[in-house]
Design a protein around this ligand. Structure first.
Ligand SMILES: [Zn+2]
Length: 310
């Protein structure tokens, strides 16, 4: 009898654990600012595509949501968390960029303005289905019911500052991680939602990267009076350390690939190059480095070939 009760209790605990894993839990990182931290991993069935950070800022007028995650289910759970945490519902959603782990929860906000930079909105409208399909292959049934809902385009010229319920947010249009990267800075708390311009303790992804442009974007972010930084992936951190780490990594990538091309290494040889000690603790470093070589090396190699003389 006692054993049966114990088994029942165990089942209950297992069910609770499964629920906790299914639904992202918001953590308060500053006054009125909440973050749902994703797994420091690549997409898998086990993590259900929940690898990116998302968040929301509570204001008296309602919550401003930044990114909606990788699936309809994630978006629904996120919106439930917004309501449970802040009381007022979401009034505005900003999408930082056109990568599928950041916008595929948009369907949960069909009755709320969802906006992105024009180039990001356009890319999602044009290529979103393909990006979603790739994610279906990697993540599987956790994506059930997910369809692309493209965000609206932010106006051009975009206002530097928007105000919700007296809370001022700076909207900062940059690029480099992708063709259009939006950062959101909450002036009241000094919290920067950097999108994927900043990664922390997790190797950056580079499928659409332009390294010099990305490094310039980091210089711009470093000039903000950042007290709390929410990276696109990895833990939330006080101060601007994560900007420095992302810059360090990207400079290493740029230098290493340029030198590899100058030495005539082929792609496989370049993939075997090792990061310096201080960067080796970054999550998924090996896998991301191999992808980065595939993404960026061909162009760098082509640029380094001696020009034919006529
Ligand atoms: Zn991204």
């Amino acid at each position: 009898m006692r054993q049966a009760r114990r088994a029942g209790l165990l089942l209950l605990l297992l069910a609770a654990a499964a629920t906790a894993r299914d639904f992202p839990q918001p953590q308060r990182v500053a006054d009125g600012v909440y973050v749902l931290e994703g797994a420091r991993e690549h997409f898998s069935r086990a993590n259900a595509g929940d690898i990116a950070n998302t968040g929301f800022i509570a204001t008296p007028a309602g919550a401003v949501v930044i990114d909606t995650g990788a699936s309809l289910r994630y978006g629904q759970a996120q919106r439930a968390a917004v309501r449970a945490t802040t009381g007022p519902d979401a009034v505005q959603v900003y999408i930082t960029h056109a990568h599928p782990d950041h916008f595929l929860g948009n369907q949960a906000y069909a009755d709320v303005p969802v906006q992105a930079l024009p180039a990001a909105a356009e890319r999602i409208a044009q290529r979103g289905d393909q990006l979603a399909q790739n994610l279906y292959l990697l993540v599987g049934s956790a994506m059930a019911g997910t369809a692309v809902q493209a965000p609206g385009a932010l106006p051009v010229p975009m206002p530097d500052t928007v105000v919700f319920g007296g809370r001022r947010l700076q909207l900062i249009a940059l690029q480099g991680h992708s063709a259009a990267d939006l950062a959101v800075f909450d002036e009241a708390t000094g919290t920067l939602f950097a999108g994927d311009l900043v990664f922390f303790e997790r190797a950056p992804t580079t499928p659409d990267a332009d390294l010099p442009t990305w490094l310039a974007a980091l210089d711009r972010l470093a000039r903000l009076p950042v007290r709390v930084l929410v990276p696109g992936h990895g833990p939330v951190v006080r101060g601007a350390e994560a900007i420095a780490q992302t810059r360090d990594y990207l400079r290493w990538v740029q230098r290493t690939l340029t030198e590899a091309a100058a030495q005539g290494l082929d792609m496989n040889e370049a993939m075997r190059l090792q990061a310096p000690e201080r960067l080796r603790r970054l999550a998924v470093l090996q896998a991301e480095w191999q992808r980065t070589v595939m993404h960026l090396y061909p162009a760098i190699e082509a640029g380094s070939l001696p020009r034919p003389s006529h």
